[in-house]
Design a protein around this ligand. Structure first.
Ligand SMILES: [Zn+2]
Length: 404
């Protein structure tokens, strides 16, 4: 992609009310544009990054047998009344012309459970794992953290359906493993920890995945030996590490990037989702649910990986691997074209061909955060070379074009 053709431009300033690091850098770099607090447009580079995150999540969901569907955003309040969640204050409510009330979904248990009831009747139909990647809505009182706390945001939600708790427990462990794999591939694995959280009314614990970050809104208590955490909300009932019993837990700021729950029969009871076992007896289906927020992960990556000059994006999710800075070197088009092709062509290269100063080009390359900066100038071309610098490092290296 040529920067001269990209419709979204970098900006020097963003509005003063944008306090979070992730929104400041992503907006200045032309990745996103604010619609209102907690609601953003994803521009070409931002959308590419989001899609790369989603692709990794989707691949890993398919590894554990997930079948992808797409559920509606609008759901009748009647379903929420059935699960007694119609009074949640974060629900966005709306009405049809007829006056009947609808919800913009903040989660999809009220949709998936009746949906699965249409197709699951016997133990032979179980287990089944269904997920979607969809827009969710939450009427947040405060939305000042950029992509970290959206009123409208993307969510991958997986739901699992089992004959009994033993089967749920086994799958729940599998999801924990695959979540770790997802965070590793996205580049935040080293900083992301499994954290014990309250299980609500239906289970002793649920689990969160929390990424350590000074700007995080959450506080966790981390075990230094097994790197497992306890959420602040349950630290009074769980004062030691649940894995090794260590009682010296260290408090850390973190961002919640995923959560997994054993719903057991809470929703299957509400919607009478049952199956016939081998003896023809009716039994409630046992459920689990597993969330990851791709848009929140995008914000988290920027919170974790940046310096004063801008973002430092991991290669697996950066919109482009290379940021090519062309300086002077007119009449060298064929030579430049050859270099770009060697570096994987326009699919792998963001190419700064704009008629602006070298200083501005370097500043934008730092701001936008692609993993490698490649400078092509008269000086480098004379030596049949390009100058390469990793965004995460200071040193530059002159590399012969035929060695690229
Ligand atoms: Zn421990």
């Amino acid at each position: 992609m040529y920067l001269s053709k990209l419709f979204a431009k970098t900006r020097k300033q963003v509005s003063k009310d944008e306090k979070s690091i992730n929104a400041q850098f992503l907006e200045r770099a032309g990745f996103i544009s604010k619609e209102m607090a907690g609601v953003y447009n994803y521009l070409p580079l931002g959308f590419m990054m989001l899609e790369k995150i989603i692709k990794i999540i989707r691949e890993e969901m398919n590894v554990i047998g997930g079948q992808e569907i797409l559920m509606p955003t609008l759901t009748s309040i009647k379903s929420y009344k059935q699960t007694k969640r119609d009074k949640l204050d974060i629900l966005f409510r709306t009405k049809l012309h007829s006056g009947s009330e609808y919800i913009l979904n903040q989660s999809h248990e009220e949709v998936i459970t009746p949906l699965v009831k249409q197709f699951v009747h016997s133990y032979k139909d179980l287990p089944v794992y269904i997920y979607q990647i969809q827009t969710k809505f939450r009427n947040e009182p405060r939305a000042r953290s950029g992509l970290l706390r959206g009123r409208e945001f993307l969510m991958k939600d997986l739901y699992s359906f089992h004959v009994d708790e033993k089967d749920l427990d086994e799958y729940y462990k599998k999801v924990q493993k695959v979540y770790k794999e997802i965070f590793d591939r996205i580049g935040i694995g080293k900083d992301t920890h499994l954290v014990y959280a309250s299980g609500g009314s239906f289970s002793k614990f649920s689990h969160e995945f929390q990424t350590l970050c000074e700007t995080g809104e959450d506080e966790i208590y981390l075990c230094n030996s097994c790197k497992i955490g306890v959420n602040k909300e349950i630290i009074n009932e769980q004062k030691v590490c649940p894995e090794c019993g260590n009682n010296k837990l260290v408090v850390k700021k973190a961002i919640e990037v995923g959560n997994i729950f054993k719903l057991k029969t809470k929703f299957s009871d509400a919607f009478e989702l049952t199956y016939k076992d081998k003896d023809g007896k009716d039994k409630p289906v046992v459920m689990g649910c597993y969330g990851i927020g791709p848009s929140r992960i995008m914000g988290t990556i920027v919170e974790v990986f940046h310096d004063k000059a801008g973002m430092i994006l991991p290669e697996s999710v950066a919109p482009y691997k290379n940021h090519i800075v062309i300086l002077g070197s007119r009449n060298q088009e064929a030579g430049i074209r050859k270099i770009i092709d060697k570096l994987g062509g326009e699919d792998n290269c963001l190419i700064d061909d704009r008629e602006i100063s070298a200083g501005q080009k370097f500043a934008d390359a730092d701001l936008m955060g692609m993993p490698y900066r490649v400078v092509i100038s008269d000086k480098t071309l004379k030596k049949n070379s390009v100058e390469i610098k990793k965004r995460s490092e200071d040193k530059t290296e002159l590399v012969k074009i035929n060695k690229l």
